[in-house]
Design a binder for this molecule. Structure first.
Ligand code: NAD
Length: 320
């Protein structure tokens, strides 16, 4: 089973269904990546902040060594953490992340969040997280997104990233980027599920030739793993009567409906799971179509609820 691909504005083909690596425990990460490759996944969505890039690299290396896949058949995505936004920090940290993955280029490298934090040297703490002192102090950097984007473009010039993109940008910062970009973002990765549909942002990106990748396609489910108190009262999307009814009609699972709702509208998806049977189910989510009635019912579920807000990670006493 293989995923269809989307042609990016950089000319490269990106698998439309990939595998998310946030919250994949270090102890099982190498095996999870290896098993996902065996299950047919070719796109892996990692990040410095996930703290598991070395283990991801081990899983990839094992699959390549055993001849299951070639490097050029994989599409490896990673992200620049906020503490590395200063222009002179972008290339060194990218090289470290590549070394962790045991590869010499990323297929796609994203600015993780459009907010710069003060530099923390990897020898002090890695991954550095949100807090300058590792506990509670948030220190913003004065580096602009334009400066950071210029350094990202140089990664392409140097052959360290084939495509570059952005994540967690809203429309204003996308427009801003398009004013100064010498290399346009290939993708925009955003939280996107029936409770947070962001149709204007999706339309803007698609109109500008920027492929949208949906993360947290299952809404609150992914955030239950970090015991985010905000999701306690949000009804799980997979148990929604609307989604369940559509799933029954098409003889699919609610998860497959949630993924197909995105891919049918041209978005890419990167669901995360550690279970082999679920890996196969998620990858096999593109072989049916929702009808107009289904799409209308799901459109009506939009509540504009965002679960992944940076301020969720700072409790009030840490911010003020
Ligand atoms: P997700 O929406 O993929 O949900 C994961 C949860 O759903 C897990 O608990 C998993 O066990 C469960 N699940 C997965 N498939 C299932 C199925 N078929 N049936 C039942 N349960 C299923 O959550 P996520 O991890 O928040 O997002 C996916 C990926 O998106 C991340 O791993 C990461 O790579 C990326 N992401 C990026 C950002 C960003 O800021 N750019 C933020 C969050 C996530």
């Amino acid at each position: 089973m293989a995923s269809p691909t989307i042609k990016l504005n950089s000319g490269y083909e990106m698998p439309q269904v990939g595998f998310g690596l946030w919250k994949v425990d270090n102890a099982v990460c190498a095996d999870t990546v290896y098993n996902a490759i065996k299950a047919g996944y070719r796109l892996f969505d990692g990040a410095c902040d996930y703290g598991n890039e070395k283990e991801c690299g081990e899983g990839v290396a094992r699959a390549i060594k055993e001849g299951i896949v070639k490097r050029e058949e994989l599409f490896i995505v990673s992200k620049l953490w906020q503490t590395f936004h200063d222009e002179d920090k972008v290339e060194p940290i990218t090289r470290k992340q590549l070394a962790d993955w045991q590869i010499d280029y990323f297929d796609l490298f994203l600015i993780h969040f459009p907010a710069a934090l003060e530099y923390v040297d990897p020898s002090v703490r890695y991954p550095p997280g949100w807090f300058y002192d590792g506990k509670s102090e948030v220190r913003w950097s004065k580096t602009t997104l334009q400066q950071t984007w210029g350094a990202m473009e140089k990664l392409v010039d140097a052959g360290l990233a084939r495509s570059i993109g952005i994540s967690n940008y809203q429309a204003q910062s996308v427009y801003d980027n398009l004013i100064y970009a010498r290399i346009r973002p290939a993708t925009l990765q955003i939280e996107h599920h029936p409770y947070l549909q962001q149709p204007d942002l999706v339309n803007l990106a698609q109109k500008e030739g920027i492929t949208v990748t949906a993360y947290s396609s299952f809404g609150p489910t992914g955030f239950m793993e970090i015991e985010d108190f905000r999701v306690k009262h949000a009804a799980p999307l997979m148990e929604s009567p609307v989604i369940k009814e559509i799933a029954t009609k098409h003889k699919k699972t609610p998860a497959q409906v949630l993924l197909r709702w995105a891919t049918q509208r041209g978005l890419a998806v990167i669901p995360k799971t550690s279970r082999s049977e679920v890996m196969a189910q998620n990858l096999d989510s593109v072989n049916f179509n929702l009808d107009d009635g289904d799409l209308t019912k799901i459109a009506e579920m939009d509540l504009n609820i965002r679960f992944n807000k940076p301020t969720n990670y700072f409790s009030a006493d840490k911010l003020f």
